[in-house]
Ligand binder design. Sequence first.
Ligand code: NI
Length: 225
Amino acid sequence: MLIAIPDLLTPAQVAQARRLLDAADWIDGRATAGHQGAHVKDNMQLPVDSPTAAEVGRLILQALGSNPLFMSAALPLHVLPPMFNRYSGGQTFGTHVDGAIRTLPGGQRIRTDLSCTLFFAEPDEYDGGDLVVEDTYGSQAVKLPAGHAVLYPSTSLHQVTPVTRGTRLCSFFWIQSMIREDSRRSLLFDMDVAIQQLGAESPAHPSVVSLTGVYHNLLRQWAEM
Ligand code: NI
């Protein structure tokens, strides 16, 4: 399931991040591509040890931690440090699947359950550059306003179509969820949304408490930590 997270960052945060990103030193994205990715990847990235990546990354992690939609949809156990990429002049990233395991600088290994793309350029600033994700229901093309993000299962094949005008600027990162399986995570998310809605419309309804109990008991059965 693809889930859009609107307004993850405020316009002021986007503007601040863009000032920092514009002034940073970018490198060829193939530096961090795996064997499979190197053939189809053509973009620019911030180096993993970039101070700008660390600074804007902190801003993103803070925003994620206080975003109820992200927390409910991802049920995050670990969020990897955000990375940054830039596409222009026809650059593209052909169809690929993200690696299942990533190793943090300290040696800790993280399983990638969810992938997230956060947009820093407005859709009318560039042509092409759609994130195309092969979902259960077919291909979905995603191009969101600056400050908005999309979450999708890391098991999905995906690509970024060639950017034929302007510059596409994004952050991307992975999440290990407490709920490994996409189908279970989706069920919990749908249930949480329904409970929130019921709670908002009739807060005194006894089903709010009993359904919240069912939600937490499912989470207790399925969560891995
Ligand atoms: Ni990818």
